[in-house]
Design a protein around this ligand. Sequence first.
Ligand code: AFP
Length: 328
Amino acid sequence: MEASRIALPIGTALDRFIKNNQDQFQYASGELSQLLRDIALASKVVNREVNKAGLIDIMGAAGSQNSGGEQQQKLDVLANIRFTRALTKGGEACALISEETESYLDLANQGKYVIAIDPLDGSSNIDVNVSIGTIFSIYRRKSAVGQPIQEEDILQCGSEQVAAGYILYGSSTMLAFTTGHGVNGFTYESTLGEYVLSHPDMTIPEDGMIYSINEGLTNSFSPAIKSYLSYCKDNNYTARYIGSLVADFHRNLLKGGIYLYPAAAKNPGGKLRLMYECNALAYLAEQAGGKATDGKNRILDIIPKDLHQRTPFYVGSKNMVEKAESFI
Ligand code: AFP
């Protein structure tokens, strides 16, 4: 019996993939590779906690608020601690922007990279065991290494990302990321403790039949958005909305679709955060052949003015985003 049928290959492990593709990384000197490994390691710990959520006292509110005044869940706080610790210990990151902290963290080291992260997105779904995620963006610092962090290091356009990705804690746990050379997805093999390449060169179909929006907010949407939603229904689109951006984005990436969170009376500037929710997914969408805008402008061209600024968000299949834009 030939070897392959006895010992089925497990596929390419994340470390091996990073090593094999390091020459593609900008400034390929190993630091970015290590940073991706640090993020992957922290996500494995968070994954372990998320999976035990029903068994240990990790559910429910933490009794504190995040930068947006939203109630923090215990797992939000835990995930923020885990990623902050891994990135601080790793030493490659010099500053950290997080949804869970008001101002950025200057790690005062020789690191060359600035990280923007939503440690646990979709936290209102934690207690009901629905998929949640982590979203991260990686930038190169602009000021000299070792100097105090400057505003120019922090408020960078999405187009300056050197890498971005998400971790989806769902029926299986997946890490998908780009370094500007396409999008690759890795599934977590918990018995090996390894992320294994399962979705090489992910691309999003140019068209799809799925639209993802919180229609409960319809009354507060503009007439243009209401017309677009009628267009979706008249064309027999399917409505799918998990309420976890990473999970909705991931499904649409695989099947084709559009996720939109427009400006609404409740959130005139949109709800989602530019720096640690939208920029990363916009970079991935474009790298997979899709599109991401605020209804008019390319998300990656938006010049951030504030760490926690919000933006309307339209992301997904290229033709579907353009169709939505044509209504606005
Ligand atoms: P939480 O992290 O507060 O649950 O917000 C999740 C989120 O940022 C994104 O993951 C969802 O798509 C969106 O907000 C859900 O918002 P609505 O509850 O207003 O639909």
